[in-house]
Design a protein around this ligand. Structure first.
Ligand SMILES: N[C@@H](CCC(=O)N[C@@H](CS)C(=O)NCC(=O)O)C(=O)O
Length: 203
């Protein structure tokens, strides 16, 4: 998002298993990310993204009309409430519940696939030629899909062709590539958050 808009920034990494006191003071939910823009503290990634889009307007990343903006927000919310939690629930599923978690996750993927098909996208992005906040939201979520293959042997099925194409388009996009996290690092991070029973199973 920041690179797409060419906004200079500095990143401070937080050890989420050992959060420093200063971090808990600036992050009321104790979660990353938090934005500090000249002392203005903003948290929750969807809120941060809208704040940045409204503050740095050279490269607009929302819709032009209320209806377009509402539609983009619906799909941003879909990522945050369905896709991202779905991914985590498959990743963390106990062996006995794995199939059910995959099925629920695939119901969300099917809704996304249907929307893309009905709208003739990705072309190459969610809303067409312009990279929007929807793309900025899904890019890091899609990047984490590779941990499913690595840790749980699960691959997004070929019938979700448009979702897969969108994932490939985003992975190839320069501002996304610039911040790609190496797969080993992602896998190491997520392995740390697996329940003990699952960690033994995938080890
Ligand atoms: N709704 C939040 C979710 C953020 C979130 O879950 N962050 C995770 C890392 S990806 C975190 O900080 N977890 C630490 C914790 O919950 O203790 C957002 O989009 O900013």
């Amino acid at each position: 998002m920041l690179s797409e808009k060419k906004i200079p920034f500095q990143v401070t990494e937080i050890d989420l298993k050992n959060k420093p006191d200063w971090f808990l003071e600036v992050s009321p939910y104790g979660k990353v990310p938090v934005l500090d823009h000249d002392g203005e503290l903003v948290y929750e990634s969807a809120v941060i993204n809208e704040y940045l889009d409204e503050t740095f307007t050279d490269v607009p990343m929302m819709g032009a009309t209320p209806a377009e903006r509402a539609n983009l927000r619906i799909w941003i919310d879909f990522c945050n409430t369905r896709i991202q939690p779905g991914l985590v629930s498959v990743l963390r599923a106990e062996p006995g519940e794995f199939e059910a978690k995959v099925q629920a996750f695939e119901e969300s993927l099917a809704m996304l696939e249907d929307y893309l098909a009905q709208n003739g996208t990705p072309d190459p992005f969610f809303a067409g030629k312009r990279f929007t906040l929807v793309d900025a939201t899904y890019a890091p979520a899609f990047e984490r899909f590779a941990t499913l293959r690595q840790l749980r042997g699960y691959e997004i099925p070929g019938r979700f062709a448009r979702v897969r194409r969108w994932m490939d388009n985003l992975a190839a996009h320069p501002s996304v590539q610039a911040h790609a996290i190496p797969l080993e690092e992602l896998v190491a991070n997520y392995t740390g958050f697996l329940p003990e029973s699952v960690r033994q199973h995938v080890a």
